[in-house]
Ligand binder design. Structure first.
Ligand code: ADP
Ligand code: MG
Length: 677
């Protein structure tokens, strides 16, 4: 199986290159290149065919085929076919050579997409005796370059003839029996050369389970090791003091905040390193929980760091944490990218000698040249990518602080247990008392004059608002220009109010100025690019207007909406958008339908698929060959439980029954703990 693909019959040097370009070097890799779908060539009665479904029909050619050329090198071939007493129009694009194969009165078999309303089958292929020896279910593989599908099928067929016997069972008998799984060799055979739809279903079922089980095993092995190597840093602090701190807050914590805080404090006191994900919708009050944790950490004699994605947010957090912690004689500092050399040197010195208790900043905070005396806790806010890169940096520095990830991008449960399967998860699923859900409206851009009137009314009551300008991909310059234009327009439209402008091109002092003015309501309306996206907290703001809202993803829209609805007053979010695509329209509709970040993210996931959810790179998810973590969510859950039992059993680590499974995991690097950092 580890042989080079060149060992396979009829695979020549050119084919070797073509396969390599697809990441296939060994026989095993070729055999694991499973089809991504199957063409169903089983003929079905036409009245059973659904609209827009791919179907195969058989009928009699009822008209001479007509060929029409249009555009540049485009051809459309049309023919009428009598199928089960119905006259169906068959359309083929750019396959003019088919004309010769179609003769009046012939019986032909056509596969294509069926349009029920127009009785039309299109985009299809014709099946003749010559090209349909493959059986009723024909595998469709992803291919690249100029490798042909039929050639690839031949290679896989040959590979299976030569090496099929070497496909070994890897799952232990106990699991095979328990779930009545198809054996591995038969599974490969059925995936490549299905004999029937039922057999194929069984083969997929087995492969999905295998993939997800291996994935979960790796994850949980890793987690187990991490825990084992994590003694030490047990934090000792007075719970009474933390309670006192909570009691002195100007509000009572919600039940959810209390519960989460307890989980975090338990982690800090416990013998293991904390590795916890804290999810809570925008405005649910994560910052104050972070503050409590930092306080407890400081009581135990450790320093803490809070990492945020933007400088504006860093400023905000500094202000609110200073309010919370300075009265308790804790020194909170900000390490800003724009700090003067002298200032920076002072801060770095304060970190090394332990005078600074809490440091806030962007990711630069844990990088080269920043050394702590005794770092005990790192909290990250809205930093999805923190996981991989930064944890490695921390480890390289020999630091193993407790780590808390806070996010308001609700991660659907499905993804949370897969992508963050090595973490504990806490959820704040409750809003502070007295919050009113934000009312969200969607209007076409020509509603702008009415929207301006509406904004004026809210400003007239003493409230404030945001106007967010479109994000134009990869063009910060245009973003800024947009904000500048809109700012000018609104300044003219409402001379009686002060309209501020905020964008990424401003210096940090200018940004500070604008933000401060907005915070104290000397600026009434803030026109901004998405720099205000996360975390900004001005409870007096009640209107959020988003221009060209279709350019934003759902998660981002929800984040932006979260900037309002933070006080007692009713707040509004107005989406100005004229989406062209159905997905765009659906997004606007979802925004107006729900205020619940978790529901929204589940629907977002349905809309986009998991790969897109974090952006493929960030997701940390492996590329499954057959499994789909959304569709196969139930199997994932089963696999997770099984993996958990296995990892905690003696047999898994020692018994011969699990030898092959261990070999496979070893092969994939699981025993080095390399993966899923
Ligand atoms: P998040 O970071 O989760 O989006 P914040 O921590 O910024 O939310 O909290 C939003 C606002 O709610 C802040 O003004 C904060 O002081 C306030 N807040 C937090 N917890 C409570 C609570 N239990 N009761 C009332 N207000 C709260
Ligand atoms: Mg926040």
């Amino acid at each position: 199986m580890k042989d080079d693909v060149s060992q396979i019959q009829s695979v020549g040097p050119r084919a070797v290159e073509q396969l390599e370009a697809m990441g296939i070097k060994t026989v095993e890799q070729l055999l694991e290149h499973f089809p991504f779908r199957y063409e169903d060539y089983a003929i079905r009665p036409i009245h059973e065919a659904q609209h827009d479904e791919r179907v195969t029909i058989r009928g009699i050619v009822h008209s001479e085929p007509t060929l029409r050329f249009y555009g540049k090198n485009k051809a459309r071939l049309t023919v009428r076919v009598l199928v089960d007493g119905l006259l169906v129009q068959a359309v083929f694009f750019n396959q003019s050579y088919l004309k010769k194969q179609i003769n009046l009165g012939d019986t032909i078999t056509i596969n294509g997409k069926f349009d029920r309303n127009r009785l039309m089958i299109s985009g299809g292929t014709i099946k003749t005796a010559k090209n349909s020896q493959a059986g009723e279910l024909e595998p469709v593989y992803s291919i690249r370059g100029n490798l042909k599908m039929t050639t690839l099928r031949k290679f896989i067929n040959n590979a299976f003839q030569q090496y099929g016997d070497q496909i070994e069972e890897t799952l232990p008998e106990q699991l095979i029996n328990m779930y009545r799984l198809m054996n591995r060799q038969e599974t490969f055979r059925q995936l490549h050369f299905p004999t029937s739809a039922t057999q194929l279903v069984q083969a997929k079922r087995r492969m999905i389970y295998e993939e997800l089980l291996l994935f979960q095993l790796k994850m949980q092995m890793f987690r187990k090791w991490e825990r084992q190597g994590d003694e030490g840093q047990q934090k000792v602090f007075s719970i009474d003091k933390v309670k006192g701190f909570v009691q002195d807050l100007p509000f009572e914590l919600t039940q959810a905040q209390k519960k989460v805080l307890k989980e975090i404090l338990d982690d800090l006191q416990g013998p293991h390193r904390m590795n916890r994900l804290l999810q809570g919708d925008v405005g649910s009050g994560k910052t104050v929980v972070a503050g409590c944790a930092l306080y407890a950490n400081a009581l135990a004699g450790f320093q803490g760091a809070l990492m945020v994605p933007t400088e504006i947010l860093a400023e905000q957090h500094k202000a609110s944490l200073q309010d919370l912690l300075a009265p308790l004689q804790l020194r909170v500092e900000l390490l800003s990218g724009s700090a003067r050399v002298k200032e920076r040197r002072e801060i770095l010195a304060g970190l090394v000698n332990g005078e600074i208790d809490v440091l806030i900043g962007t990711h630069a905070l844990i990088q080269e040249g920043v050394d702590f005396k005794k770092l005990g806790l790192v909290i990250t806010d809205e930093q999805h990518r923190f996981g991989v890169e930064q944890r490695r940096i921390l480890r390289k520095k020999g630091l193993r602080p407790d780590v808390l990830f806070m996010t308001a991008t609700p991660i659907p449960r499905t993804l949370a247990i897969s992508a963050f399967g090595d973490m504990d998860v806490s959820v704040i699923n409750e809003m502070p008392k007295g919050r009113k859900p934000v009312e969200t409206r969607w209007g076409k851009p020509d509603m702008l004059p009415r929207v301006i009137d509406f904004m004026k009314r809210e400003l007239g009551k003493g409230y404030q608002g945001y106007v967010i300008c479109p994000l134009i991909e990869e063009s910060e310059k245009l973003d800024v220009q947009n904000a500048i234009d809109v700012h000018q327009q609104l300044t003219q439209a409402m001379p009686e109010y002060r309209v501020g402008l905020m964008h990424g091109r401003l210096s940090s002092e200018e940004k500070d100025d604008v933000m401060n003015q907005f915070a104290e309501n000397s600026v009434n309306l803030l026109v901004s690019t998405t720099v205000v996206e996360v975390g900004v907290n001005v409870p007096n703001a009640t209107v959020m207007v988003i221009y060209d809202a279709e350019r934003f993803g759902l998660a981002q829209l929800h984040q932006l909406r979260g900037r309002v609805g933070r006080g007692q007053a009713q707040s509004y979010c107005i989406l100005l958008a004229d989406p062209k695509s159905d997905v765009g329209k659906e997004r606007m509709k979802i925004m107006t339908d729900t205020n619940d970040g978790f529901e929204l993210s589940e629907r977002d996931l349905e809309l986009r698929g998991p790969g897109d959810f974090f952006g493929a790179k960030q997701s940390g998810l492996p590329n499954f060959k057959v499994a789909d973590i959304v569709e196969d969510f139930r199997v994932l859950e089963v696999a997770r439980q099984d993996a958990n039992k296995l990892v905690n059993s003696e047999a898994f680590w020692k018994s011969e029954d699990y030898g092959k499974l261990r070999d496979r995991l070893r092969e994939q690097g699981a025993f080095q703990g390399e993966k899923l950092d």
